[in-house]
Design a binder for this molecule. Structure first.
Ligand SMILES: NC(=O)C1=CN([C@@H]2O[C@H](COP(=O)(O)OP(=O)(O)OC[C@H]3O[C@@H](n4cnc5c(N)ncnc54)[C@H](OP(=O)(O)O)[C@@H]3O)[C@@H](O)[C@H]2O)C=CC1
Ligand SMILES: O=C(CO)COP(=O)(O)O
Length: 332
C-alpha cells in the first residue's frame, strides 16, 4: 500500500521502517528540511535513531502536500498535544478514502479528548477511517528488529485487518482489536505510571516497589477504562499490561527516565532539559488522565500523585507517604 508517516521522531521513523520492511511504498514527512535531507542522504535519522539503517525505498519530504498525495495510509506520528494543530494543516491535503492511524499515546490537555477523537473532530472523518496502533513498542528495540507485537484498533474490523497486513513485518506482529477506547487509554495511562516507576527507581527502590506500582497502575487504568466503555480484556492485553510492563521497566522509556531523574533529585526543568527534545508524554497527560478520572468518578491515586509532583510542586519523596498513607482496603 502507499503509506506516509507524518512525523520523523523516534517512533515515526521506526514505524516508517516497519511499513517499508512490510513491502509498502513509504514516504516520511519531516518538518525540518535538514532532517529530510539527512534521511535521504545518509539513510539514517541520526537525531532520533542513530546507527539504524533505513530501507532504501524510504523517502523523506518536507512538503505536506507532496507527503500526503495519493496515500492510502496516513500515520500520525507527532506528540499528542500538537496533533490538533498539525492535523489542521494536513486536512486540506488528506486523500479521499485514506485511513488515518494514530501512534500518539496521550490525552489532549485542552479538550480531554483521545487522539481518535481529535482526528475525528479536526479531519472530519468517520470512525471507520480512524485507527490507533499501540503496544509494547520501544522504538529503538523495534528499529533493531527485535521481535515484538502490537495492537491495531479500528471500530471497523475489516479496516483493522487491512492495516494488520500492511504493518506485518518479519519482526513485528500486529493483532487487531475494535476497542479503540481501551487501546488509547492503555497507551496514555501507562506513560503516567512509567513516570511513577521512574521516580521510585530514582529514589533507590527495588523490584517489589516497581511490581506494586505496575500492578496498582493497571488496576487504576482498568477502572478508568471500564468507566469509559473499554473492554477490560484490551487492558489485560498488549496495549494495556504489555505496554505498561515494557515502559515501566525499560531505561529506553523517556517517561521512566524522566521520572528517574526526578527521583534522583533533578528539578522538573533539569529533567526536561535532559530529554533532548524528545517527548515524555506522561508529564502532560497526567493532567488530562487525572481530569478524566474526576469526570468518570474513578480513583486514580498514582496518577494523582504524579500530577502533584509534575504540576503542583510536591516533592517526589512525599509520594510514598501520600500513597501508603491511604486508607487500607480490599484488593479487588
Ligand atoms: N518512541 C517510542 O518508543 C514510542 C512512542 N510512541 C508515541 O508516539 C508519539 C510520537 O513519539 P516519538 O516519535 O517517539 O516522539 P519524538 O519526540 O521522538 O518525535 C516527535 C516528532 O514530532 C515532531 N514534532 C514535535 N513537535 C511538533 C510540532 N509542534 N509540530 C510538528 N511536529 C512536531 C518532531 O519534529 P522535530 O524532529 O522537527 O522536532 C518529531 O518528528 C508519542 O505520542 C509517543 O508516546 C509510541 C510508541 C513507541
Ligand atoms: O510507548 C512506548 C513504548 O511502548 C515508549 O515509551 P516512552 O515514550 O516512555 O519512551
Amino acid at each position: 500500500m502507499r503509506a506516509v508517516v507524518m512525523g520523523s521522531g523516534s517512533w515515526g521513523t521506526a514505524v516508517a521502517k516497519i511499513l517499508a520492511d512490510a513491502g509498502n511504498d513509504v514516504t516520511m514527512w519531516a518538518r525540518q528540511a535538514e532532517r529530510a535531507e539527512a534521511i535521504n542522504r545518509d539513510r539514517e535519522n541520526a537525531g532520533y535513531l542513530p546507527g539504524i539503517r533505513l530501507p532504501d525505498g524510504l523517502r523523506a519530504v518536507t512538503s505536506i502536500e507532496e507527503a500526503l498525495a495519493d496515500k492510502e495510509i496516513v500515520v500520525c506520528a507527532v506528540p499528542s498535544q500538537v496533533l490538533r494543530e498539525n492535523l489542521a494543516q494536513w486536512k486540506p491535503h488528506l486523500p479521499e478514502g485514506s485511513v488515518l492511524v494514530s501512534l500518539a499515546k496521550g490525552v489532549e490537555v485542552s479538550s480531554g479528548e483521545r487522539m481518535s477523537q481529535v482526528i475525528k473532530e479536526v479531519a472530519d472523518l468517520p470512525d471507520d477511517r480512524i485507527a490507533v496502533l499501540s503496544g509494547p513498542n520501544l522504538a529503538r528495540e523495534i528499529a533493531e528488529e527485535q521481535p515484538a507485537a502490537t495492537v491495531i484498533a479500528c471500530i471497523d474490523e475489516d479496516v483493522a485487518k487491512r492495516l494488520q497486513h500492511a504493518f506485518a513485518a518479519p519482526y513485528f506482529r500486529p493483532y487487531t482489536n475494535t476497542d479503540v477506547i481501551g487501546v488509547e487509554i492503555g497507551g496514555a495511562a501507562k506513560n503516567v505510571i512509567a513516570l511513577a516507576c521512574g521516580m521510585a527507581a530514582g529514589m533507590g527502590f527495588g523490584e517489589n516497589t516497581l511490581a506494586t506500582l505496575i500492578t496498582r497502575g493497571l488496576a487504576e487504568t482498568m477502572r478508568l477504562g471500564i468507566a469509559m466503555g473499554a473492554d477490560v480484556r484490551t487492558l489485560a492485553g498488549l496495549a494495556g499490561i504489555g505496554d505498561l510492563v515494557a515502559t515501566c521497566s525499560s531505561p529506553l522509556s523517556r517517561n521512566r527516565t524522566f521520572g528517574a531523574r526526578l527521583g534522583e533529585g533533578a528539578t522538573l526543568e533539569e529533567a526536561q532539559a535532559a530529554t533532548h527534545g524528545q517527548v515524555a508524554e506522561g508529564v502532560k497527560s497526567c493532567r488530562s488522565v487525572r481530569a478524566l478520572a474526576h469526570q468518570y468518578d474513578v480513583e486514580m491515586p498514582l496518577t494523582d500523585a504524579v500530577y502533584r509532583v509534575c504540576h503542583e510542586g510536591m516533592p517526589v519523596q512525599d509520594m510514598v507517604g501520600m500513597l501508603l498513607g491511604r486508607t487500607i482496603k480490599p484488593e479487588v
